[in-house]
Design a protein around this ligand. Structure first.
Ligand code: SF4
Ligand code: SF4
Length: 506
Protein backbone atom coordinates (compact mmCIF):
# COMPACT_ATOMS: atom_id res chain seq x y z
CA UNK A 1 0.00 0.00 0.00
CA UNK A 2 1.28 3.49 -0.85
CA UNK A 3 1.23 5.69 2.27
CA UNK A 4 0.00 9.28 1.86
CA UNK A 5 2.88 11.72 1.95
CA UNK A 6 3.15 15.20 3.46
CA UNK A 7 6.35 16.77 2.06
CA UNK A 8 4.87 20.11 1.09
CA UNK A 9 5.75 23.51 -0.28
CA UNK A 10 4.61 26.73 1.38
CA UNK A 11 1.34 28.47 0.68
CA UNK A 12 1.20 32.23 1.23
CA UNK A 13 -1.79 33.56 3.12
CA UNK A 14 -5.05 31.64 3.04
CA UNK A 15 -7.53 31.03 5.84
CA UNK A 16 -8.73 28.18 8.04
CA UNK A 17 -12.48 28.37 7.59
CA UNK A 18 -15.30 26.39 9.15
CA UNK A 19 -16.10 23.68 6.58
CA UNK A 20 -19.89 23.27 7.05
CA UNK A 21 -19.57 19.96 5.19
CA UNK A 22 -20.80 17.43 7.78
CA UNK A 23 -24.47 17.93 6.97
CA UNK A 24 -24.10 17.07 3.29
CA UNK A 25 -21.78 14.07 3.73
CA UNK A 26 -23.84 11.97 6.18
CA UNK A 27 -25.78 10.11 3.50
CA UNK A 28 -24.62 8.42 0.27
CA UNK A 29 -25.04 10.24 -3.04
CA UNK A 30 -28.73 10.48 -3.95
CA UNK A 31 -29.63 9.62 -7.55
CA UNK A 32 -32.17 12.13 -8.89
CA UNK A 33 -34.67 10.52 -11.30
CA UNK A 34 -34.79 11.73 -14.89
CA UNK A 35 -37.06 14.80 -14.98
CA UNK A 36 -39.91 15.40 -17.44
CA UNK A 37 -37.87 18.06 -19.20
CA UNK A 38 -34.14 18.70 -19.64
CA UNK A 39 -32.65 22.11 -20.43
CA UNK A 40 -29.18 21.95 -22.01
CA UNK A 41 -27.26 25.22 -22.51
CA UNK A 42 -25.03 25.07 -25.60
CA UNK A 43 -22.40 27.01 -23.66
CA UNK A 44 -21.23 24.96 -20.69
CA UNK A 45 -17.49 25.47 -20.98
CA UNK A 46 -14.79 28.10 -21.39
CA UNK A 47 -14.55 28.81 -25.14
CA UNK A 48 -16.94 29.15 -28.03
CA UNK A 49 -20.49 27.83 -27.49
CA UNK A 50 -21.33 24.57 -29.26
CA UNK A 51 -23.58 24.76 -32.33
CA UNK A 52 -26.90 22.84 -32.27
CA UNK A 53 -27.10 19.97 -34.79
CA UNK A 54 -30.69 18.99 -33.95
CA UNK A 55 -33.94 20.81 -34.61
CA UNK A 56 -37.30 21.16 -32.89
CA UNK A 57 -39.25 17.90 -33.29
CA UNK A 58 -36.15 15.66 -33.55
CA UNK A 59 -36.04 12.53 -31.38
CA UNK A 60 -32.73 12.20 -29.51
CA UNK A 61 -31.16 9.41 -27.47
CA UNK A 62 -29.17 9.43 -24.23
CA UNK A 63 -25.54 10.27 -25.06
CA UNK A 64 -26.29 11.52 -28.57
CA UNK A 65 -24.39 14.70 -29.54
CA UNK A 66 -26.94 17.52 -29.93
CA UNK A 67 -24.50 20.39 -30.38
CA UNK A 68 -21.07 20.18 -31.97
CA UNK A 69 -17.88 22.02 -31.07
CA UNK A 70 -17.21 25.31 -32.80
CA UNK A 71 -13.61 26.55 -32.95
CA UNK A 72 -10.42 25.53 -31.21
CA UNK A 73 -11.88 25.62 -27.71
CA UNK A 74 -15.16 23.94 -28.63
CA UNK A 75 -16.72 20.98 -26.81
CA UNK A 76 -19.82 19.00 -27.82
CA UNK A 77 -23.02 18.82 -25.78
CA UNK A 78 -24.89 15.51 -25.49
CA UNK A 79 -28.53 14.68 -24.84
CA UNK A 80 -28.66 13.43 -21.27
CA UNK A 81 -31.72 11.20 -21.77
CA UNK A 82 -33.95 10.14 -24.65
CA UNK A 83 -36.88 12.26 -25.80
CA UNK A 84 -37.93 14.96 -28.26
CA UNK A 85 -36.42 18.40 -28.80
CA UNK A 86 -39.28 20.79 -28.07
CA UNK A 87 -37.44 24.13 -28.21
CA UNK A 88 -34.11 25.83 -28.80
CA UNK A 89 -34.51 29.10 -26.95
CA UNK A 90 -33.02 31.43 -24.32
CA UNK A 91 -33.35 30.11 -20.76
CA UNK A 92 -32.07 31.38 -17.38
CA UNK A 93 -28.56 30.10 -16.65
CA UNK A 94 -26.19 30.38 -13.72
CA UNK A 95 -23.82 33.01 -15.04
CA UNK A 96 -24.92 36.42 -13.83
CA UNK A 97 -28.16 37.39 -12.19
CA UNK A 98 -30.99 37.37 -14.69
CA UNK A 99 -28.85 36.08 -17.57
CA UNK A 100 -30.36 33.89 -20.24
CA UNK A 101 -28.51 31.77 -22.80
CA UNK A 102 -29.56 29.56 -25.74
CA UNK A 103 -30.60 26.10 -24.57
CA UNK A 104 -31.82 22.89 -26.22
CA UNK A 105 -34.98 21.81 -24.39
CA UNK A 106 -35.79 18.08 -24.46
CA UNK A 107 -39.09 16.57 -23.37
CA UNK A 108 -38.04 13.19 -21.93
CA UNK A 109 -39.88 9.99 -22.93
CA UNK A 110 -38.83 8.13 -19.76
CA UNK A 111 -37.23 5.30 -21.79
CA UNK A 112 -33.67 6.56 -21.32
CA UNK A 113 -32.76 4.82 -24.59
CA UNK A 114 -29.01 5.02 -25.24
CA UNK A 115 -27.22 6.24 -28.37
CA UNK A 116 -24.71 3.82 -29.94
CA UNK A 117 -21.47 5.77 -29.53
CA UNK A 118 -18.05 4.87 -30.92
CA UNK A 119 -16.65 1.38 -30.25
CA UNK A 120 -14.84 1.11 -26.91
CA UNK A 121 -11.20 0.13 -27.39
CA UNK A 122 -8.43 -0.42 -24.83
CA UNK A 123 -7.10 3.12 -24.39
CA UNK A 124 -3.58 1.72 -23.87
CA UNK A 125 -3.37 0.76 -27.56
CA UNK A 126 -4.42 4.25 -28.68
CA UNK A 127 -1.88 6.87 -29.71
CA UNK A 128 -2.03 9.80 -27.22
CA UNK A 129 -3.29 12.15 -29.95
CA UNK A 130 -6.16 9.76 -30.76
CA UNK A 131 -6.97 9.40 -27.08
CA UNK A 132 -7.16 13.20 -26.75
CA UNK A 133 -9.61 13.37 -29.66
CA UNK A 134 -11.70 10.70 -27.98
CA UNK A 135 -11.73 12.70 -24.72
CA UNK A 136 -12.90 15.74 -26.72
CA UNK A 137 -15.78 13.71 -28.22
CA UNK A 138 -16.98 12.86 -24.69
CA UNK A 139 -17.75 16.54 -24.01
CA UNK A 140 -15.45 16.50 -20.99
CA UNK A 141 -14.44 19.73 -19.25
CA UNK A 142 -12.91 20.57 -15.88
CA UNK A 143 -15.55 19.70 -13.28
CA UNK A 144 -13.96 21.64 -10.42
CA UNK A 145 -15.87 24.71 -11.57
CA UNK A 146 -13.48 26.14 -14.19
CA UNK A 147 -15.00 24.06 -17.07
CA UNK A 148 -11.89 24.43 -19.22
CA UNK A 149 -12.06 21.88 -22.09
CA UNK A 150 -10.07 18.87 -20.87
CA UNK A 151 -8.73 17.64 -24.23
CA UNK A 152 -7.44 21.11 -25.12
CA UNK A 153 -5.77 21.48 -21.71
CA UNK A 154 -4.06 18.11 -22.15
CA UNK A 155 -3.03 19.01 -25.72
CA UNK A 156 -1.42 22.19 -24.42
CA UNK A 157 0.36 20.18 -21.69
CA UNK A 158 1.66 17.75 -24.36
CA UNK A 159 3.46 20.64 -26.04
CA UNK A 160 5.39 21.40 -22.81
CA UNK A 161 7.77 19.33 -20.71
CA UNK A 162 5.06 18.14 -18.34
CA UNK A 163 6.30 15.88 -15.53
CA UNK A 164 3.45 15.67 -13.04
CA UNK A 165 -0.28 15.15 -13.22
CA UNK A 166 -1.97 16.57 -10.11
CA UNK A 167 -5.47 15.23 -9.43
CA UNK A 168 -7.20 17.90 -7.40
CA UNK A 169 -9.35 16.44 -4.62
CA UNK A 170 -8.79 19.35 -2.25
CA UNK A 171 -12.19 21.04 -2.44
CA UNK A 172 -11.28 23.66 0.12
CA UNK A 173 -14.25 26.06 -0.18
CA UNK A 174 -16.77 25.78 2.67
CA UNK A 175 -20.00 23.81 2.10
CA UNK A 176 -18.87 22.02 -1.11
CA UNK A 177 -18.41 18.25 -0.66
CA UNK A 178 -19.17 16.68 -4.07
CA UNK A 179 -15.53 15.66 -4.69
CA UNK A 180 -15.22 14.21 -1.18
CA UNK A 181 -18.22 11.90 -1.65
CA UNK A 182 -17.12 11.04 -5.19
CA UNK A 183 -13.72 9.88 -3.88
CA UNK A 184 -15.46 7.86 -1.15
CA UNK A 185 -17.96 6.21 -3.50
CA UNK A 186 -16.10 5.99 -6.82
CA UNK A 187 -12.37 5.77 -6.03
CA UNK A 188 -11.82 3.15 -8.77
CA UNK A 189 -13.14 5.53 -11.43
CA UNK A 190 -11.02 8.41 -10.08
CA UNK A 191 -7.81 6.36 -10.12
CA UNK A 192 -8.74 4.63 -13.39
CA UNK A 193 -9.22 8.09 -14.90
CA UNK A 194 -5.76 9.07 -13.59
CA UNK A 195 -4.29 6.14 -15.52
CA UNK A 196 -6.08 7.18 -18.73
CA UNK A 197 -4.86 10.78 -18.31
CA UNK A 198 -1.29 9.60 -17.68
CA UNK A 199 -1.39 7.60 -20.93
CA UNK A 200 -2.75 10.63 -22.81
CA UNK A 201 0.05 12.78 -21.38
CA UNK A 202 2.71 10.04 -21.56
CA UNK A 203 3.93 10.87 -18.06
CA UNK A 204 4.93 8.62 -15.18
CA UNK A 205 3.87 10.47 -12.01
CA UNK A 206 0.45 11.39 -10.70
CA UNK A 207 -0.22 12.98 -7.32
CA UNK A 208 -3.76 12.59 -6.03
CA UNK A 209 -4.05 15.54 -3.66
CA UNK A 210 -6.60 15.45 -0.83
CA UNK A 211 -7.15 17.69 2.20
CA UNK A 212 -6.33 16.18 5.57
CA UNK A 213 -9.96 16.57 6.73
CA UNK A 214 -11.17 13.84 4.34
CA UNK A 215 -9.96 10.62 6.01
CA UNK A 216 -12.72 8.45 4.52
CA UNK A 217 -11.89 9.49 0.97
CA UNK A 218 -8.18 8.89 1.60
CA UNK A 219 -8.87 5.42 3.03
CA UNK A 220 -11.00 4.40 0.03
CA UNK A 221 -8.41 5.73 -2.44
CA UNK A 222 -5.61 3.87 -0.62
CA UNK A 223 -7.62 0.64 -0.70
CA UNK A 224 -8.18 0.83 -4.45
CA UNK A 225 -4.64 1.98 -5.12
CA UNK A 226 -3.32 -1.07 -3.26
CA UNK A 227 -5.43 -3.33 -5.51
CA UNK A 228 -4.26 -1.51 -8.64
CA UNK A 229 -0.61 -1.80 -7.58
CA UNK A 230 0.24 1.24 -9.71
CA UNK A 231 3.22 2.87 -7.99
CA UNK A 232 3.19 5.79 -10.45
CA UNK A 233 0.26 7.18 -8.45
CA UNK A 234 0.96 8.79 -5.06
CA UNK A 235 -1.65 10.15 -2.63
CA UNK A 236 -0.63 13.46 -1.05
CA UNK A 237 -2.34 15.13 1.88
CA UNK A 238 -2.44 18.88 2.23
CA UNK A 239 -3.56 20.93 5.24
CA UNK A 240 -7.14 22.19 5.33
CA UNK A 241 -6.49 25.80 4.35
CA UNK A 242 -8.55 27.83 1.92
CA UNK A 243 -7.71 28.26 -1.03
CA UNK A 244 -5.17 25.42 -1.28
CA UNK A 245 -7.31 23.92 -4.08
CA UNK A 246 -6.55 26.78 -6.50
CA UNK A 247 -4.45 25.38 -9.36
CA UNK A 248 -1.37 27.50 -8.75
CA UNK A 249 -1.64 27.07 -4.97
CA UNK A 250 -1.89 23.28 -5.37
CA UNK A 251 1.20 23.18 -7.56
CA UNK A 252 3.08 25.29 -5.02
CA UNK A 253 1.98 23.09 -2.12
CA UNK A 254 2.73 19.75 -3.75
CA UNK A 255 5.84 20.47 -5.82
CA UNK A 256 7.17 23.66 -4.19
CA UNK A 257 7.27 25.21 -7.69
CA UNK A 258 5.85 28.68 -8.21
CA UNK A 259 3.68 29.27 -11.26
CA UNK A 260 4.91 32.59 -12.73
CA UNK A 261 2.58 35.60 -12.83
CA UNK A 262 0.33 35.28 -15.87
CA UNK A 263 1.68 31.76 -16.48
CA UNK A 264 0.26 28.24 -16.33
CA UNK A 265 1.10 25.17 -14.22
CA UNK A 266 2.65 23.67 -17.38
CA UNK A 267 5.31 26.41 -17.14
CA UNK A 268 6.63 24.48 -14.13
CA UNK A 269 6.01 20.98 -15.49
CA UNK A 270 2.55 20.33 -14.00
CA UNK A 271 -0.97 19.82 -15.24
CA UNK A 272 -3.93 19.87 -12.83
CA UNK A 273 -7.21 17.99 -13.29
CA UNK A 274 -10.12 17.71 -10.88
CA UNK A 275 -10.91 14.24 -9.45
CA UNK A 276 -14.43 14.47 -10.93
CA UNK A 277 -12.93 15.16 -14.36
CA UNK A 278 -10.74 12.04 -14.01
CA UNK A 279 -13.83 9.93 -13.20
CA UNK A 280 -15.68 11.46 -16.19
CA UNK A 281 -12.74 10.60 -18.47
CA UNK A 282 -12.86 7.00 -17.18
CA UNK A 283 -16.65 6.76 -17.67
CA UNK A 284 -16.32 7.87 -21.28
CA UNK A 285 -13.09 6.21 -22.43
CA UNK A 286 -13.53 2.88 -20.60
CA UNK A 287 -17.34 2.63 -20.29
CA UNK A 288 -18.54 4.66 -23.26
CA UNK A 289 -20.70 7.14 -21.33
CA UNK A 290 -20.09 10.79 -22.28
CA UNK A 291 -20.43 13.60 -19.74
CA UNK A 292 -24.19 13.56 -19.15
CA UNK A 293 -24.41 13.68 -15.35
CA UNK A 294 -22.51 14.99 -12.36
CA UNK A 295 -22.49 15.05 -8.56
CA UNK A 296 -23.67 18.32 -6.96
CA UNK A 297 -23.75 19.34 -3.31
CA UNK A 298 -27.15 20.71 -2.26
CA UNK A 299 -26.72 22.46 1.06
CA UNK A 300 -27.02 25.57 3.22
CA UNK A 301 -29.36 26.78 5.95
CA UNK A 302 -32.13 27.07 3.38
CA UNK A 303 -32.09 23.35 2.45
CA UNK A 304 -34.18 20.94 4.53
CA UNK A 305 -31.93 17.88 3.99
CA UNK A 306 -28.45 18.83 2.82
CA UNK A 307 -26.88 16.06 0.73
CA UNK A 308 -25.05 15.27 -2.51
CA UNK A 309 -27.03 14.29 -5.57
CA UNK A 310 -26.16 12.80 -8.93
CA UNK A 311 -28.41 14.27 -11.63
CA UNK A 312 -28.54 14.40 -15.39
CA UNK A 313 -27.19 17.66 -16.78
CA UNK A 314 -30.15 19.82 -17.73
CA UNK A 315 -32.21 18.94 -14.64
CA UNK A 316 -33.34 22.21 -13.05
CA UNK A 317 -32.12 23.26 -9.60
CA UNK A 318 -35.77 23.34 -8.48
CA UNK A 319 -36.11 19.66 -9.45
CA UNK A 320 -33.04 18.52 -7.52
CA UNK A 321 -33.86 20.58 -4.42
CA UNK A 322 -37.38 19.12 -4.54
CA UNK A 323 -35.93 15.58 -4.55
CA UNK A 324 -33.81 16.28 -1.48
CA UNK A 325 -36.80 17.44 0.55
CA UNK A 326 -37.16 21.08 -0.50
CA UNK A 327 -36.24 24.43 1.05
CA UNK A 328 -36.59 25.51 4.68
CA UNK A 329 -38.53 28.65 5.52
CA UNK A 330 -35.18 30.38 6.21
CA UNK A 331 -34.13 30.13 2.54
CA UNK A 332 -33.46 33.64 1.24
CA UNK A 333 -31.37 33.37 -1.92
CA UNK A 334 -29.59 30.79 -4.07
CA UNK A 335 -25.91 30.63 -4.90
CA UNK A 336 -24.58 28.28 -7.57
CA UNK A 337 -21.07 27.30 -6.42
CA UNK A 338 -19.54 27.98 -3.03
CA UNK A 339 -20.21 30.95 -0.72
CA UNK A 340 -16.96 32.67 -1.73
CA UNK A 341 -16.68 32.05 -5.45
CA UNK A 342 -20.26 31.16 -6.44
CA UNK A 343 -22.81 33.23 -8.32
CA UNK A 344 -26.20 34.31 -7.02
CA UNK A 345 -29.13 33.34 -9.23
CA UNK A 346 -32.62 34.79 -9.13
CA UNK A 347 -34.52 31.60 -10.04
CA UNK A 348 -34.24 27.87 -9.42
CA UNK A 349 -35.27 27.24 -13.03
CA UNK A 350 -31.57 27.35 -13.99
CA UNK A 351 -30.35 23.91 -15.05
CA UNK A 352 -27.51 21.82 -13.60
CA UNK A 353 -24.60 22.15 -16.05
CA UNK A 354 -21.08 20.74 -16.20
CA UNK A 355 -19.89 23.49 -13.80
CA UNK A 356 -22.55 23.00 -11.11
CA UNK A 357 -20.61 21.65 -8.15
CA UNK A 358 -22.83 23.15 -5.45
CA UNK A 359 -26.26 24.64 -4.88
CA UNK A 360 -26.25 26.74 -1.74
CA UNK A 361 -29.53 28.07 -0.33
CA UNK A 362 -28.54 30.86 2.01
CA UNK A 363 -30.54 32.19 4.96
CA UNK A 364 -31.08 35.95 5.16
CA UNK A 365 -28.53 36.87 7.81
CA UNK A 366 -25.56 34.73 6.77
CA UNK A 367 -23.54 37.10 4.58
CA UNK A 368 -25.03 40.61 4.93
CA UNK A 369 -22.76 43.25 6.47
CA UNK A 370 -22.58 47.04 6.15
CA UNK A 371 -19.52 48.60 4.50
CA UNK A 372 -17.15 51.01 6.35
CA UNK A 373 -14.11 52.98 5.13
CA UNK A 374 -10.74 51.19 4.79
CA UNK A 375 -8.62 51.57 7.94
CA UNK A 376 -5.38 50.40 6.24
CA UNK A 377 -4.94 47.47 8.60
CA UNK A 378 -3.31 45.34 5.88
CA UNK A 379 -5.14 42.14 6.89
CA UNK A 380 -6.33 41.61 3.30
CA UNK A 381 -2.74 41.56 2.01
CA UNK A 382 -1.68 39.12 4.75
CA UNK A 383 -4.20 36.49 3.65
CA UNK A 384 -3.98 36.96 -0.12
CA UNK A 385 -2.61 33.67 -1.52
CA UNK A 386 -1.31 35.48 -4.62
CA UNK A 387 0.50 38.10 -2.51
CA UNK A 388 -1.47 41.02 -3.98
CA UNK A 389 -2.37 44.26 -2.20
CA UNK A 390 -6.19 44.12 -2.22
CA UNK A 391 -6.65 47.54 -0.57
CA UNK A 392 -4.60 49.17 -3.37
CA UNK A 393 -6.41 47.19 -6.04
CA UNK A 394 -9.73 48.34 -4.58
CA UNK A 395 -8.59 51.96 -4.77
CA UNK A 396 -7.54 51.59 -8.43
CA UNK A 397 -10.70 49.64 -9.27
CA UNK A 398 -12.79 52.53 -7.93
CA UNK A 399 -10.69 54.97 -9.96
CA UNK A 400 -11.14 52.71 -13.02
CA UNK A 401 -7.36 52.97 -13.60
CA UNK A 402 -6.67 50.09 -15.96
CA UNK A 403 -2.89 50.59 -16.05
CA UNK A 404 -2.55 50.61 -12.26
CA UNK A 405 -4.84 47.59 -11.97
CA UNK A 406 -2.59 45.68 -14.36
CA UNK A 407 0.57 46.92 -12.59
CA UNK A 408 -0.84 45.74 -9.25
CA UNK A 409 -1.58 42.28 -10.68
CA UNK A 410 -5.37 42.28 -10.91
CA UNK A 411 -5.25 39.57 -13.59
CA UNK A 412 -3.48 37.25 -11.11
CA UNK A 413 -6.33 37.56 -8.58
CA UNK A 414 -8.04 34.16 -8.30
CA UNK A 415 -11.20 35.72 -6.78
CA UNK A 416 -10.92 33.47 -3.73
CA UNK A 417 -12.63 36.00 -1.43
CA UNK A 418 -10.12 35.64 1.46
CA UNK A 419 -9.58 39.41 1.55
CA UNK A 420 -13.34 39.98 1.95
CA UNK A 421 -13.54 37.57 4.84
CA UNK A 422 -10.90 39.28 6.96
CA UNK A 423 -11.71 42.89 6.10
CA UNK A 424 -12.93 44.56 9.33
CA UNK A 425 -14.59 47.27 7.21
CA UNK A 426 -16.64 44.69 5.29
CA UNK A 427 -15.50 46.10 1.95
CA UNK A 428 -16.69 43.97 -1.00
CA UNK A 429 -13.18 43.70 -2.42
CA UNK A 430 -13.61 40.57 -4.55
CA UNK A 431 -16.83 41.81 -6.17
CA UNK A 432 -15.06 45.03 -7.18
CA UNK A 433 -12.16 42.97 -8.65
CA UNK A 434 -14.60 40.84 -10.67
CA UNK A 435 -16.23 43.97 -12.09
CA UNK A 436 -12.85 45.57 -12.84
CA UNK A 437 -11.66 42.38 -14.60
CA UNK A 438 -14.86 42.40 -16.67
CA UNK A 439 -14.21 46.02 -17.64
CA UNK A 440 -10.61 45.23 -18.63
CA UNK A 441 -11.86 42.31 -20.74
CA UNK A 442 -14.45 44.57 -22.38
CA UNK A 443 -11.77 47.19 -23.12
CA UNK A 444 -9.54 44.48 -24.63
CA UNK A 445 -12.48 43.23 -26.73
CA UNK A 446 -13.24 46.79 -27.84
CA UNK A 447 -9.58 47.33 -28.79
CA UNK A 448 -9.58 44.04 -30.73
CA UNK A 449 -12.84 45.04 -32.48
CA UNK A 450 -11.42 48.47 -33.36
CA UNK A 451 -8.23 46.86 -34.68
CA UNK A 452 -10.25 44.43 -36.84
CA UNK A 453 -12.34 47.37 -38.17
CA UNK A 454 -9.14 49.31 -38.97
CA UNK A 455 -7.71 46.31 -40.85
CA UNK A 456 -10.97 45.89 -42.79
CA UNK A 457 -10.99 49.61 -43.69
CA UNK A 458 -7.37 49.50 -44.91
CA UNK A 459 -7.99 46.31 -46.89
CA UNK A 460 -11.03 47.93 -48.56
CA UNK A 461 -9.06 51.06 -49.46
CA UNK A 462 -6.25 48.91 -50.90
CA UNK A 463 -8.75 46.95 -52.98
CA UNK A 464 -10.43 50.13 -54.32
CA UNK A 465 -7.01 51.61 -55.15
CA UNK A 466 -5.96 48.39 -56.93
CA UNK A 467 -9.21 48.32 -58.95
CA UNK A 468 -8.76 52.00 -59.91
CA UNK A 469 -5.19 51.31 -61.04
CA UNK A 470 -6.28 48.30 -63.09
CA UNK A 471 -9.08 50.36 -64.72
CA UNK A 472 -6.64 53.17 -65.63
CA UNK A 473 -4.15 50.68 -67.07
CA UNK A 474 -6.87 48.99 -69.16
CA UNK A 475 -8.06 52.40 -70.43
CA UNK A 476 -4.51 53.34 -71.37
CA UNK A 477 -4.09 50.00 -73.19
CA UNK A 478 -7.33 50.57 -75.10
CA UNK A 479 -6.30 54.09 -76.13
CA UNK A 480 -2.99 52.75 -77.37
CA UNK A 481 -4.74 50.04 -79.40
CA UNK A 482 -7.16 52.58 -80.85
CA UNK A 483 -4.24 54.72 -82.00
CA UNK A 484 -2.55 51.90 -83.88
CA UNK A 485 -5.45 49.63 -84.92
CA UNK A 486 -7.93 49.96 -87.76
CA UNK A 487 -11.75 50.55 -87.53
CA UNK A 488 -12.43 46.81 -86.98
CA UNK A 489 -10.32 46.75 -83.81
CA UNK A 490 -12.04 49.93 -82.54
CA UNK A 491 -15.44 48.35 -83.17
CA UNK A 492 -14.32 45.30 -81.16
CA UNK A 493 -13.21 47.48 -78.23
CA UNK A 494 -16.54 49.34 -78.25
CA UNK A 495 -18.43 46.05 -78.35
CA UNK A 496 -16.36 44.69 -75.42
CA UNK A 497 -17.10 47.85 -73.42
CA UNK A 498 -20.82 47.57 -74.21
CA UNK A 499 -20.84 43.90 -73.05
CA UNK A 500 -19.12 44.87 -69.80
CA UNK A 501 -21.72 47.60 -69.14
CA UNK A 502 -24.51 45.09 -69.72
CA UNK A 503 -22.84 42.52 -67.40
CA UNK A 504 -22.38 45.14 -64.68
CA UNK A 505 -25.99 46.25 -65.00
CA UNK A 506 -27.43 42.69 -64.79
S1 SF4 B 1 -9.78 37.67 -3.98
FE1 SF4 B 1 -7.93 38.19 -5.11
S2 SF4 B 1 -7.04 39.87 -3.98
FE2 SF4 B 1 -8.55 38.92 -2.60
S3 SF4 B 1 -7.33 37.44 -1.42
FE3 SF4 B 1 -8.15 36.33 -3.19
S4 SF4 B 1 -6.54 36.47 -4.75
FE4 SF4 B 1 -6.09 38.02 -3.19
S1 SF4 C 1 -8.60 44.51 5.25
FE1 SF4 C 1 -10.16 46.05 4.66
S2 SF4 C 1 -9.77 47.74 6.08
FE2 SF4 C 1 -7.96 46.43 6.18
S3 SF4 C 1 -6.56 47.29 4.62
FE3 SF4 C 1 -7.72 45.70 3.61
S4 SF4 C 1 -9.43 46.81 2.68
FE4 SF4 C 1 -8.60 48.17 4.23
Amino acid sequence: MTAPTYDLGRLHGGLRLPGHKEASTREPILDVPIPAQLVLPIEQHVGQPAQPIVGVGDRVLKGQPVAEPDGEMGVPVHATSSGTVVAIEPWPVARHRGDKAPCIVIECDGLDEAFAGPEIVDYRVLEPADLLLRILDGGIVGLGGAVFPTAQKLMQARTCKTEFLLLNGVECEPYISCDDVLMRERPAEVLGGAQVLMHALQIETCFVVVESDKPEAVARLEEVLADLGDDRIVIKLVPTIYPSGGEDQLVQLVTNREVPSGGLPTDVGCVVQNVGTAAAVYDWVVRGEPLISRVTTVTGDGIANPTNVRSRLGTTIGDIVGRTGGYTDRAHHLIIGGPLTGKTVSTDEVPVVKATNCVLAVARSTYTRGQLPCIRCGDCADVCPVQLLPQQLFWHANADDEKKLRDFGLTDCIECGCCDLVCPSHIPLTASFRIAKGRIRELADEKARAERARQRFEARNERLERERRERDEELARQKETAKTAGPAAIAEILERRQRKHEDDAS
